[in-house]
Structure formats: structure tokens, C-alpha cells
Design a protein around this ligand. Structure first.
Ligand code: ARG
Length: 456
């Protein structure tokens, strides 16, 4: 009979067990469930709610169960629904009546809330460490390419020249905010719900603060109804994960473009590409494409959680069991991204000459001409207009911007001097953007140093 079977006479229909089980996915909570139960019984004994001897026996047996699960020596049965009932029933199987004391003053509703919080707290610590590894890979690659110039794009059109390192460091910044978001979300996860019971707390003299300390939470939850119904913290985490996935997807899109024959800026190492079963010449950036696809899956998890919660009357409803499917899938997907990308970035071969060639397009320096005019006292709108007219004139004469004479340039830009003709130099263009946050060699070198120190 199920652990909750007292008031039932009929048996559960056979497909219902299959339909309602969560052990197939919540078994990964085992260590958190056991840690929670150990703290709970320690408190129960301290409060005189159960005998000390029972608490000792339960705690010892929980350690045995932990070992058994870790050694793969534990049997799962969908009739026992979830990880909480598996562990409780294993306890009772060995300890009998003594084991049956473990659930005093506790419901699976506050138990599962505790387990997820414990689990996600650990996940966040690991994810933040993984993000640092990813940032290091980007910074190392930037440090290898301190003077590599490429065209920067807006609207995927040539905009201005930038350093390739600057582009990589842009992603380093994004991943840094991702780590901050996770750390912030952890604060709201790190709150102890046990003692909320099914919905209303308990008539037993539980010491919640004791359990809180024992499990190293920052405080106890203030409202038992909120504590069993709340999944905000999971929604927040999966939304932070969605943003991380989005950053990976964007980086992937850049890399896909860079690998294309049209750009030809980088080559990924063979380990991260696949061939075509038909076209012998192909080397496809599948990993990057999969990241775009998997990002959709992470967004799916976020949408699932938001939708799951939006119509739920307080408090716990069984719908919430499905939260774990979405949460775990999003965590696993982003964890994989974080493990696959650092070595892929390490092994990415940068084709400096191709980037330099693309960056030699003189149109990339048009803004520099306009800013030169501003320095000479021309109001920016007029300067912009004059350089625009100059571009038009070059287009009409089918010439590149650096293929005209000074006399021709003066037709559109009367203030132009010899100095203007020398401005179509990408190195000079980069050099001059020396302000904080700019793509100049000096600020980018400074940023590389900053991140190397930050991440060491
Ligand atoms: N397996 C359940 C879940 O994940 C545990 C809580 C069940 N509570 C209940 N009253 N049926 O949400």
C-alpha cells in the first residue's frame, strides 16, 4: 500500500502510477532529500518530539541509503511515486516503527520545496564556476589577438573597424552579468521552507531556526502558504538560464557567420564540426547551430514554468511536480553549453589576414572623416552630410573612398586636406579610439589585463 493509503480502499489504476510518478526525474534530488531529513530528525529529537535513539537510528540509516543510491544499489519503483517516498519507505523497511517517525511535522509539500532549494543552490554555485571558465577562454583568446583588426557590424553591414579582442570581450561582459544574475537569484533560493507543512505550518513545537542553521540557509520563510506554493525562485533561475543560453546563441551566430565562406574569419577545430553525408567538401559548425536550437528548448522551459504557475490557486497543486522536468532540462542544457564552448574557443583558429583584408574597406573609416571635421569646428550634422555626399560621389564614379584625389574629395568636403587622404588606415582608426570602453589598442589591452586579474 502507498505511504498515504490509509483512507483508500481501491487500488490506483495501473496507468495512473505511470502518469503520476516523478521518481524518473526527481531521483536526482536524493542527496538533498537525505540532508533535509537528517536535519529534520535532529531537530525533532532536540525538541523532544521523537526519541533521540530514533533520530540516531534514522540518521545512520539515511547515510546507508545515501551510499546505496550512490553505488547504484537502490531499487526504484514507480508505485512509490517520488524520491521522498522512496527514501522514507526504505527507512521504514529497515527500521520499522522507528523509521516511520521521520515525517513528523512535515509534508511532501514543504519537503519538495526544501529539496529543490537545496539542489538549485548547489547548481548555481557550479554554474557560476563554469561561467568563469568560459570567460577565461574568451579572455585568453583575446589576449592571443591583441592587434587583430576586423570590420565591426551594425545591421550586419560594415560599420567601423574594431579589434577582434574587443568583440570577444563584449561576450565576457555578458557572461559576467549572467554570473551576477545567478548570484542574485541564489539569495532568494537560499531561504528555508521546512516547517510550513502541507500549507499551514504545524501544531508540533518545531525549531525552524535550528534546521535553517543546520542546512546553512540565510533565513526561514515567513509564510507557510507562500513557501509551499512558491516557484518564483525556479522561474527566476530558468530566466537567468535563458539569458545565458541567449548569449551562447548569439555568440554561436557570430561564429557561424565567421566560419562561412563569405566571411572566412575563423576556422573551428575538427572536433567541433561535422561533415555532410552527401557533400564531401562540407565542414559544418553544427555545435553552434545546435546551440541556437537548444536555446529554444531553454526558453520552452521558462514558458512552461510561467504557464504552470499562472493559474494555480494557492497553495500546492500537483501541477507543480512538472516543474522539475523543465528546471532540470534547462540546467542540463546550459551546463552542456558551458562545458562545450571553452575548448571550442581555445581551438578556434583566427584568420588574421582575412579579417585585416575585410577591415581595409575604406568605407569603415567614413565616421573618422566626419569626426575629423568636427575637430576642425564643423557642426557634426554638416560634417555627416559632407562625408555622405563624398560617399555618394565615390559610388557614382565607381571608386573606393581611398581611390580619389584631394581635388575630388574637396568637391564634397571643402575642408579636406592631405591628412584626410591618409585616414583610410584601419590601424590608425583603431588607435584613435583610445577612450574608456572604446576599441583602441590601449583600452582593450587594459580590459584584457582587468579580466585576467579578475578571473585569476
Ligand atoms: N512529487 C511531488 C512533487 O514533486 C511531491 C509533493 C507531493 N505532494 C502531494 N501532496 N502529492 O511535487
Amino acid at each position: 500500500m502507498a505511504l498515504w493509503g490509509g483512507r483508500f480502499s481501491g487500488k490506483t489504476q495501473k496507468d495512473v502510477a505511470l502518469y503520476s510518478e516523478s521518481i524518473s526525474f526527481d531521483k536526482r534530488l536524493y542527496a538533498c532529500d537525505i540532508a533535509g531529513s537528517k536535519a529534520h530528525v535532529k531537530m525533532l529529537a532536540k525538541q523532544g518530539i521523537i526519541p533521540q535513539s530514533s533520530a540516531d537510528a534514522i540518521r545512520a540509516e539515511l547515510d546507508v541509503i545515501l551510499k546505496r543510491i550512490e553505488n547504484g544499489d537502490f531499487e526504484y519503483d514507480i508505485a512509490l511515486e517520488d524520491i521522498h517516498m522512496h527514501i522514507e519507505s526504505a527507512l521504514i523497511g529497515v527500521l520499522g516503527a522507528e523509521g516511520a517517525r521521520v515525517h513528523s511535522g512535515r509534508s511532501r509539500n514543504d519537503q519538495v520545496a526544501l529539496d529543490i532549494r537545496l539542489y538549485l543552490r548547489g547548481v548555481i554555485d557550479r554554474l557560476i564556476a563554469d561561467i568563469r571558465v568560459m570567460q577565461k577562454a574568451l579572455v585568453n583568446k583575446a589576449a592571443e589577438e591583441p592587434r587583430t583588426i576586423m570590420p565591426g557590424f551594425t545591421h550586419l553591414q560594415h560599420a567601423q573597424v574594431v579589434l577582434f579582442a574587443h568583440h570577444l570581450l563584449a561576450y565576457t561582459e555578458m557572461f559576467d552579468r549572467d554570473a551576477e544574475r545567478l548570484a542574485d537569484c541564489r539569495k532568494r533560493i537560499n531561504v528555508m521552507p521546512l516547517g510550513s507543512g502541507a500549507i499551514a505550518g504545524s501544531t508540533l513545537p518545531l525549531d525552524r531556526e535550528f534546521v535553517c542553521k543546520e542546512l546553512e540557509f540565510s533565513r526561514v520563510t515567513r509564510n507557510s502558504m507562500d513557501a509551499v506554493a512558491d516557484r518564483d525562485f525556479a522561474i527566476e533561475l530558468v530566466s537567468a538560464l535563458s539569458i545565458i543560453a541567449m548569449h551562447f546563441s548569439r555568440l554561436s551566430e557570430d561564429m557561424i557567420l565567421w566560419c562561412s565562406q563569405e566571411f572566412d574569419f575563423v576556422e573551428l577545430s575538427d572536433e567541433f564540426c561535422t561533415g555532410s553525408s552527401l557533400m564531401p567538401q562540407k565542414k559544418n559548425p553544427d555545435v553552434c547551430e545546435l546551440t541556437r536550437g537548444k536555446t529554444a528548448r531553454v526558453y520552452g522551459a521558462l514558458t512552461a514554468l510561467l504557464t504552470m504557475c499562472k493559474g494555480l490557486p494557492l497553495t500546492y497543486n500537483r501541477d507543480l511536480q512538472e516543474d522539475k522536468v523543465a528546471i532540470f532540462d534547462a540546467i542540463d542544457t546550459v551546463t552542456m553549453m558551458l562545458s562545450v564552448y571553452p575548448p571550442m574557443i581555445d581551438g578556434m583558429m583566427v584568420k588574421r589576414e582575412n579579417m585585416a583584408k575585410a577591415a581595409s574597406d575604406p568605407a569603415l573609416m567614413a565616421t573618422d572623416l566626419a569626426e575629423k571635421l568636427v575637430e576642425m569646428g564643423v557642426p557634426f550634422r554638416d560634417a555627416h552630410h559632407r562625408v555622405g555626399a563624398f560617399v555618394k560621389l565615390c559610388n557614382e564614379r565607381k571608386k573606393q573612398l581611398n581611390e580619389v584625389s584631394l581635388a575630388e574629395m574637396k568637391e564634397a568636403i571643402p575642408e579636406a586636406t592631405e591628412e584626410f587622404l591618409a585616414m583610410f588606415d584601419p590601424v590608425m582608426s583603431v588607435e584613435k579610439r583610445a577612450l574608456v570602453g572604446g576599441t583602441g589598442f590601449a583600452p582593450v589591452a587594459g580590459q584584457i589585463k582587468f579580466w585576467q586579474k579578475q578571473l585569476s
